[in-house]
Design a protein around this ligand. Structure first.
Ligand SMILES: [Zn+2]
Length: 442
């Protein structure tokens, strides 16, 4: 379907950061025209949508999430990272089957799109990664994901133990089926879980394979002090420095967290153009620490925003990440630490740049894919009208999202999820959790 979006206020996020009052035409999944008084071509079948008083902007980009954990929301409270993983999250992930993982991914994607996210970079669990791709396919979502690779380390439950060869073979199998499918909307990302769960052999091997196939590399790094201490004991160097030595840094690498960095590691991230997914709420909830967002930005390191998994947040809401991300550094670096506009950039075009897809999404410009969201501004918490960046960063909420387009298709219309009945998603998620809890060795 083609769409004629009339009279929108458009927060373009283009290079000039223009805010326009124009009509926008979507054809064949892309933004075809922008301008005043646009009309359909003679004989063209087009759906007209009146956006007077609404805000049209690029869809939000979620740069670090674990859809496999969505049904574990509320199951692992008040624990620090390594204990949280070994005692709760890994045993729960280990108890997933294809159907429970599918239900978890659908619940997560439903929450993301209802909150204005059109793209996510996800880390799967060890098995059943196809269930996550299947959910994204059904729901018309733009997703990068890959199996979590875990061929070493302590605390892994039986079903999550794999050797290097098995881990690589499974990654290849899933990549072959899914990478680039659905008009390029679904992409494989190599996802070694973190340094402590991987052999050096695996890490080196995935770097080569990812670069041969043009896939992203996604891992966790320097989230927690106990983690970086263990990395130092094991490898005699700092976490990010170790990744750098292995070649696991670069413009195609997205490192989640980067809370604990040395000055040298900051330099390495900058020089190598490595991408950072900042997850402020997760870092607070697991008491991991606070990443130095103003310093990362000052050093022109590419930063994006992520919610991380539902059990360490406990929501998948990018508005919260913008708000917390902006507020958190103020007590230390002053009120001007990170401007609201910068936070909106990280959540849109900045996120797209981190994922290597800024040529296609992240701003409202002619020729780009139509990953767009429409916000209804008729809510008390958004009035009186004021600077749009300030409004989005500090006052915006998922409930303000009225319509969501991905690849030019309406995925949310008038706050209703279109591809799948929400009742079914919610019911399936409850059943899936009950099944996992019966099976998990907790
Ligand atoms: Zn994570």
């Amino acid at each position: 379907m083609n769409y004629l979006l009339k009279d929108a206020t458009v927060l373009t996020m283009n290079a000039k950061r223009e805010i326009l009052r124009v009509d926008v035409i979507l054809r064949d999944g892309r933004i075809s025209e922008m301008g005043e008084n646009l009309t359909a071509r003679p004989g063209e079948l087009i759906q007209r949508v009146d956006l007077r008083g609404k805000l049209l902007m690029p869809g939000l980009v979620q740069a670090h999430v674990h859809l496999c954990q969505t049904i574990f929301r509320g199951q692992a409270e008040d624990m620090e990272l390594l204990e949280w993983l070994e005692e709760k999250v890994w045993p729960l992930e280990a108890a997933h089957s294809l159907d429970t993982l599918h239900a978890s991914a659908r619940l997560g994607i439903a929450e993301l799109v209802m909150g204005g996210c059109t793209t996510a970079l996800d880390m799967g669990t060890v098995h059943h990664t196809e269930a996550i791709f299947e959910a994204a396919k059904e729901m018309g979502f733009r997703l990068f994901t890959g199996k979590a690779m875990m061929d070493a380390g302590k605390g892994r439950p039986g079903p999550m133990r794999e050797n290097t060869r098995e881990s690589l073979a499974e990654a290849e199998r899933v990549k072959k089926v899914w990478h680039g499918s659905e008009n390029g909307r679904l992409r494989y990302a190599y996802a070694p879980r973190f340094v402590l769960s991987c052999t050096e052999e695996l890490l080196v091997e995935v770097v080569g394979r990812a670069r041969d196939s043009g896939c992203l590399l996604h891992t966790h790094a320097s989230e927690n002090t106990a983690e970086i201490e263990q990395v130092r004991e094991k490898h005699g160097t700092d976490n990010v420095a170790y990744l750098y030595d292995l070649g696991l840094t670069g413009h195609d690498v997205v490192l989640a967290h980067c809370v604990w960095l040395t000055a040298r590691e900051m330099k390495l991230l900058k020089e190598s153009e490595t991408r950072v997914a900042h997850c402020p709420t997760s870092n607070l909830k697991l008491a991991s620490g606070v990443a130095k967002l103003p310093e990362l930005i000052d050093q022109q390191i590419h930063v994006s925003l992520g919610s991380d998994g539902a059990p360490c947040n406990n929501g998948l809401d990018m508005f919260t990440e913008m708000r917390i991300g902006a507020l958190l550094p103020k007590h230390r670096a002053g009120v001007k630490a990170v401007p609201a506009q910068k936070m909106v950039e990280l959540a849109t075009i900045g996120g797209a740049e981190c994922l290597g897809i800024a040529r296609d999404v992240g701003s409202v410009e002619i020729g780009k894919k139509a990953d767009l969201i429409v916000l209804n501004l008729d809510a008390p918490h958004l009035r009186p009208r004021h600077d749009l960046y300030t409004m989005l960063c500090y006052s915006g909420r998922p409930s303000d999202i009225q319509h969501v387009f991905i690849d030019g298709e309406l995925v949310v219309k008038d706050r209703q999820l279109i591809p799948i009945d929400m009742e079914v998603i919610l019911e399936d998620a409850d059943k899936a959790l009950a099944k996992v809890l019966r099976r998990a060795e907790l």
